[in-house]
Design a protein around this ligand. Structure first.
Ligand code: C2E
Ligand code: CA
Ligand code: CA
Length: 700
């Protein structure tokens, strides 16, 4: 059994501190102190053996020693991951070679073979010095213990045939001593390095590892007899080992496949979860904090559709590579889904540092990738969670990072830290969702209406219905606080149908008092996949005796992405009935131009983020102007949202914008207040002979 600290449980003091955080374990850790103790003991035992002349037989036939050491090095090099382990514990046939050396040539040969072999292998495979020293000493101690037991209980190796049948109990006892010293010290150092209590580590792993190593070592007397019988039997002996090795290697490979992503070679969700769990357990003892970042590429589906799968895969591999470059040697980067990645920071310094790391990753991905001759920057949304504030269980921590990532995506903030207050699945939010469901049936939703003004004529050409929730305790709750929640639960269907019914009911009531205005209703993504929507809309229009042009449905570009084919069928049906379709928040999504061609669009609403500061920001101005020109050439009406000042209105008029909406004209107000406002405008325009903007009524 090779020490589980090789190659990775002992931290490497020479490794460069990972970018953005400190190195994981300082050399003063208990694992290092234990390693130092083992090294000191190893040196002491070696001195004792030299003094006793145990190496004399080896010195007498150095070629034999070289042969045995080469065998031991080869055995180390074909070590396999031990089964059922998610750490780096490995099993190698090195102990078998060592036991053969012990039985044939005595303690000195066993130490030279085993400890010398692992020393040579450590140097060849460039392991850190402390690890090589520990492993060499540990193996020397195990070999010396086995030699001492064997010497006390038997005369092995005898002259001639080195072992006799009567020696078997002594050989068994020596093997047990060998395995106990070797495996127990290995378990102790790995437990200390991982911060897991030693007894937990021993209880969990010792029996299985003793069993596997015991089976290997049990073959030693048979090998000794065979070698003594004839050197020619040695290759025959290797045959069953080759067969076992082959099948174990296959199992190892399958094990690797089942825990890694084939495309990027990163850990998959299963391994990621296991690693987070381990890190949390370790942190429980060390007091460290574990951070999880969940990262999702923005608009990856479009990359896939536009570039093709092979190129998109290339992009994913590139993303994986860059993410790996920011992770420290104790951190884990994983691919959790098609364009979902996770990073576990084993020793997080806190949320602020995780936030910096997230920004650093976003900046790295922003550097163009060259794929199929194109330079492509990738934007990503990152969610952050960290123990103990956001959970102390792997599943919870990963889920919370994911929730934060979705929030970052929805709010387009790039990075977001988990917040139980906004988590749609947190207990408080689930209570709120239940209250919302009840509130809808109790009639607690109210609509406010915001007028849309024609720039050319100054006339109000329609209104947008904006929902609010009159909560019995919280008062009037704005949509920003419950729409996302409704969308994440199944409440959104009922909410939208209620809004549609109330808005069309209002249009019908206004008709009765001589106000004829179409109403715009916001349609969330999920509803655009509902095949019953056109029939439901038709029956509502019929119920209120309205023509389809009384209704505008506002959809966002993002809502078309989920199933463009189905959304197109539903929109075609609605447009076929005569309902008007507007693209809301235009310019903030992706593929805007493609959607315009593919879907029956009557109106574009330029997002207010481009409009409000139009007069101060030249790029905003350029975006708005070109959108207006685009609308004109496609024959689509352009509405500018978020118009707050007369300067902006003036500029929009210059650009030829069709319609404006914003606080300059009016805030969203209750239906009755809108009527008062409309009447006041009419009277003033009759008196003044020309229309002018009235001060915005304040929202109730
Ligand atoms: P939206 O569809 O983009 O609606 C326009 C939002 O901009 C409204 O916020 C409105 O009050 C605000 N606004 C209007 N003029 C100005 C302005 O000049 N300056 C600024 N800064 N803001 C202005 P509100 O009512 O809070 O609604 C926020 C969002 O909630 C809406 O954005 C829409 O996405 C969603 N929402 C509102 N009502 C509904 C609804 O009935 N169903 C669904 N699914 N979503 C809704
Ligand atoms: Ca809207
Ligand atoms: Ca909008």
């Amino acid at each position: 059994m090779e020490a589980p600290c090789a190659p990775d449980s002992l931290p490497d003091p020479h490794s460069r501190p990972p970018r953005g955080r400190i190195a994981a374990v300082l050399p003063a850790s208990p694992a290092y102190r234990f390693a130092a103790l083992v090294i000191a003991l190893g040196v002491g035992v070696l001195a004792l053996l030299i003094e006793r002349g145990s190496f004399a037989p080896v010195a007498a036939s150095p070629w034999q020693a070289v042969l045995l050491m080469s065998l031991a090095v080869s055995a180390e090099s074909i070590s396999l991951k031990s089964p059922r382990q998610h750490d780096d514990t490995r099993v190698s046939p090195g102990s078998l070679v060592a036991l053969i050396a012990l039985l044939m040539y005595g303690t000195g040969a066993c130490v030279v073979t085993f400890a010398g072999g692992v020393f040579a292998w450590g140097v060849v495979s460039r392991q850190p010095l402390v690890k090589v020293g520990f492993n060499t000493s540990q193996y020397a101690l195990a070999a010396a213990a086995a030699g001492a037991v064997l010497g006390a209980l038997s005369g092995v190796p005898h002259p001639g045939l080195p072992i006799h049948p009567g020696d078997l109990p002594a050989i068994a006892a020596a093997s047990l001593a060998f395995l106990l010293v070797n495996d127990v010290s290995a378990m102790i150092v790995s437990g200390l390095a991982m911060g897991v209590p030693v007894w937990v580590q021993l209880r969990r792993n010792l029996a299985l590892i003793l069993l596997i190593d015991g089976i290997l070592v049990g073959f030693a007397p048979v090998a000794v007899v065979a070698v003594h019988f004839s050197g020619a039997t040695v290759p025959l002996l290797a045959l069953p080992f080759a067969a076992i090795y082959y099948s174990a290697r296959q199992a190892d490979l399958r094990g690797h496949e089942s825990t890694h992503d084939a495309l990027t070679g990163l850990a998959n969700r299963t391994l990621f979860r296991a690693r987070v769990e381990q890190a949390i357990e370790r942190a429980r003892h060390s007091g460290a904090r574990v951070g999880v970042l969940a990262l999702d590429l923005d608009n990856f589906k479009d990359f896939n559709d536009t570039l093709g799968h092979a190129e998109a895969d290339q992009l994913l591999s590139g993303v994986a590579e860059r993410m790996r470059s920011v992770a420290g040697s104790h951190d884990v980067v994983a691919r959790l889904g098609s364009d979902d990645f996770g990073i576990m920071i084993a020793e997080a310094e806190g949320v602020a540092r995780l936030n910096e790391l997230a920004l650093c990753i976003r900046a790295l991905l922003d550097e163009p990738f060259v794929i199929a001759g194109l330079r492509l920057g990738v934007s990503a949304s990152v969610g952050i969670s960290c123990t103990p504030d956001h959970g102390s269980d792997a599943d919870v921590l990963i889920r919370h990072a994911d929730v934060a990532m979705h929030r970052a995506k929805v709010r387009r903030t790039g990075v977001d830290v988990y917040d139980a207050g906004t988590d749609p699945y947190s207990p408080e939010r689930l209570v709120l969702a239940a209250e919302l469901r009840e509130g809808i049936t109790r009639g607690e939703l109210v609509l406010h209406y915001q007028p849309k003004l024609s720039v050319g004529t100054g006339e109000v050409v329609g209104v947008e219905a904006l929902v609010r929730w009159r909560h019995p305790q919280r008062g009037l709750v704005p949509p920003g606080e419950f729409i996302e929640l409704a969308e994440r639960t199944d409440v959104i269907g009922a909410l939208t149908m209620n809004v549609l019914r109330m808005a069309l009911g209002q249009v019908a009531s206004w008709r009765k008092v001589g106000i004829s205005l179409p109403v715009a209703v916001n349609l969330p993504a999920q509803i655009l996949l509902d095949r019953d929507l056109p029939a439901d809309v038709a029956s509502l229009l019929a119920r209120f005796g309205l023509t389809p042009d009384s209704l505008v449905l506002e959809i966002t570009e993002g809502s078309l992405i989920h199933d463009p084919h189905r959304s197109a069928q539903i929109l075609d049906a609605l447009a076929g009935m005569g309902v008007r379709i507007a693209i809301d928040d235009f310019g903030t999504g992706y593929s805007s131009l493609a959607w315009l061609k593919r879907f029956p669009v009557d109106e574009i609403k330029v997002d207010r983020s481009f409009v409000t500061d139009l007069t101060e920001d030249e790029s905003d101005a350029a975006i708005v102007r070109s959108t207006i020109e685009l609308g004109r050439s496609l024959g689509v009406s352009v509405v500018a949202e978020g118009v707050e000042t007369a300067d902006v209105l003036e500029r929009l008029a210059e650009y030829g914008c069709d319609v404006v909406q914003g606080y300059l004209v009016s805030r969203p107000v209750p239906a009755a207040q809108l009527v008062t406002w409309l009447r006041a405008r009419d009277e003033r325009s009759e008196v003044g002979g020309r229309r002018s903007e009235t001060p915005a009524p304040t929202e109730l």
